[in-house]
Design a protein around this ligand. Structure first.
Ligand code: CO
Length: 188
């Protein structure tokens, strides 16, 4: 079932989520994540707290195999090892609409998780799949991409949010405030 996406300011986005157990509840969460992400334009990934659920599971489009119509499920995910090499890339979040900025992520991560059939998987992720995994895993720990910005940019974002109350048709993109009808980047 498609669910509403929880927006910035809701307490659940700040929770450290609970481990997911293999039961009917988990099956429903997985279906809801898939149904919701499938219907989001430019949605790269979606974590359970973003649909109001305190559970360590997230969905992403399949960037690993370059099959973007497919949705992958990551249950109780962990980063086992990460590269020192980092990448600075545009970031955004379905729960924080109209704010886009660059964040620094590990280029490669070795991860473990359970797939949607609760099979144990260990693999190395690279490229955009690695970056989206890191963004979504942060959600399960109550961390949002705007927390990773510089202190100066956090202040910019705060004043943007204040300004947005009276100017609904604006967006924040990498330090600049622009009209909202511009094409924006993918959100996770
Ligand atoms: Co997000």
């Amino acid at each position: 079932m498609k669910r509403d996406i929880v927006k910035y300011g809701d307490e659940i986005l700040r929770k450290v989520c609970k481990n997911t157990v293999n039961d009917e509840v988990a099956k429903n969460i997985i279906e809801d994540l898939k149904d919701t992400l499938a219907l989001v334009e430019n949605g790269a990934g979606l974590a359970a707290p973003q649909i109001g659920i305190d559970s360590r599971v997230f969905a992403t489009r399949n960037y690993r195999d370059d099959k973007h119509d497919e949705i992958l499920i990551f249950i109780n995910p962990k980063i086992e090892e990460f590269s020192k090499e980092t990448v600075v890339i545009p970031d955004g979040c379905l729960s924080i609409p109209n704010i886009f900025s660059k964040t620094k992520r590990h280029s490669f991560v070795k991860v473990s998780y359970l797939d949607e059939n609760f099979n144990e998987i260990k693999e190395e992720l690279s490229g955009f799949q690695s970056v989206v995994f890191q963004h979504e895993l942060d959600h399960l720990n109550g961390v949002l991409f705007i927390d990773l910005l510089s202190e100066e940019e956090k202040l910019n974002v705060e004043s943007f949010l204040e300004r947005k109350k009276t100017e609904p048709n604006i967006a924040y993109i990498e330090g600049k405030v622009v009209e909202i009808n511009l094409k924006t980047d993918v959100k996770a």
